[in-house]
Design a protein around this ligand. Structure first.
Ligand SMILES: [Zn+2]
Length: 153
């Protein structure tokens, strides 16, 4: 009897039209698929500023985890860190045991770029106007419903 290996490797990384590198489906990904973990080192958020100063991170691939910790995809991460933001994403992040995973929320055809909604908070006590949000944290995802900024509200 022939053994059939299941290829669970759904993605490849290449240059994106949205921004820098992106992650693409190398075969059709069914809706609901857990594609991979958003891997990386667990870092204390209170240390991130000094980590940046010490050259340990650029903060580009940091995903918020909880009050205290974030995941830094730049340290010990995988390809998931290259997924770009979209206001009309085909993936979402779900947490199990404090570990973030990337799930397909729709059928993703081969060749399509993966995306999720970063839903950045402004992380300041200052209320930004819509114009400031768009100027300082612009989104160029190209979706029809693009809100023009990476911030969520
Ligand atoms: Zn957008």
């Amino acid at each position: 009897m022939e053994m059939i290996a299941i290829d669970r490797d759904f993605t490849l990384v290449k240059t994106s039209k949205v921004h820098g590198k992106g992650v693409f489906a190398k075969k059709n990904i069914p809706k609901g698929t857990r594609i991979f973990e958003y891997a990386g080192e667990r870092v204390q958020k209170v240390n991130l500023a000094s980590d940046l100063t010490r050259g340990l991170t650029t903060l580009i691939y940091v995903m918020n985890l909880n009050e205290t910790y974030a995941i830094d995809g730049e340290r010990g991460g995988n390809d998931s860190r290259f997924i770009n933001h979209s206001c009309d994403p085909n993936c979402e992040v779900l947490y199990f045991n404090d570990t973030p995973y990337i799930y397909a929320i729709k059928e993703i055809p081969e060749g399509e770029e993966l995306s999720f909604d970063y839903k950045y908070g402004s992380e300041t006590d200052v209320e930004l106007t819509t114009e400031q949000k768009k100027e300082w944290f612009p989104c160029n995802c190209g979706a029809e419903n693009c809100r023009g900024t990476l911030l969520c509200d």
